[in-house]
Design a protein around this ligand. Sequence first.
Ligand code: A3P
Length: 310
Amino acid sequence: MSQPAPEVGSPEPVGEESEFGGREEIVLWEGLPLMPSVVRCWDGIQNFAARPDDILIATYPKAGTTWVVEMVDAVLAEGDMSRCLRIPTFNRAPFLELNPLPPFPSGLQLLQSMPSPRLVKTHFPVHLVPQSFWDNDCKVVYVARNGKDNMVSYFHFQRMNQKLPEPGTWDEYFTASLNGQVSWGSWFDHVTGWWKAKEKRNILYLFYEDMKEDPAREITRLAKFLGKGLDQAVIDRIVDHTSFSSMKDNPMTNYTVLPSFVFNHSVSPFMRKGEVGSWKTQFTVSQNERFDEEYRRRMTDPSLIFRTEL
Ligand code: A3P
């Protein structure tokens, strides 16, 4: 089926390279390694006034956030893709704790002027989510990805994202990441904290690997959670629109509308591989053993199961 031409337009006005400020070093805040820019707007974030129909999309960085944002947006649009093609992903689901220097817009600024229903993106561990989301019983979609692929993806992202710290060598990064010394902290804490929270909260917990294995099944689950009964033709259209190859070619999802002083795709593209198991070409045998050992030590809940290959 042919789709209407996207209204590419320009993303939110951005500033000049000289105003961008470059890479930040992480600081410890509330026990979590964070970018100082996030800490600067801490009160604003924690006092954020969620609306009852806000949908929070929460992930550990690089777990498939952009992918699930596209799925949620397409489900809400009931398969009318022209709605998803009108503006870039980062304006359709503003990043709650993103706080660049002016004149670059912060997540809070974008969200304040956004009509309902809003999609809100966050990488916070569950205990740092602003209370108003829980008070309003907002729907939350969480995506978890196996820790090995997640770590590799985050490493390459830190190479290309000019705001995050330099990742160092892969070996250095591996150790830092295993110790939770990366922005937004430990993968282990993140995925287990959110897993436990779903017992009490309105959370749909998805896995990247399941989305890869059977996207139609997972989109159907998502639609049900969001209260949308979609017929098979619409689901199929959403599967097509949210495939890795479609999203890699779509300027509204692939982040190429950002200038290279923000995301440098020549270092590593944002839509990099989109696979399960690509860690196998990055991890050494001994790193794999170290990861598995840490995994056995930290992941004690038998109900939370990750797949590192399909
Ligand atoms: P890789 O670096 O392994 O390729 P996030 O959106 O949380 O930053 O996650 C980005 C990761 O999700 C990247 O992983 C990216 O390629 C992958 N991704 C994005 N869209 C995808 C899609 N439609 N299908 C599969 N993976 C996707």
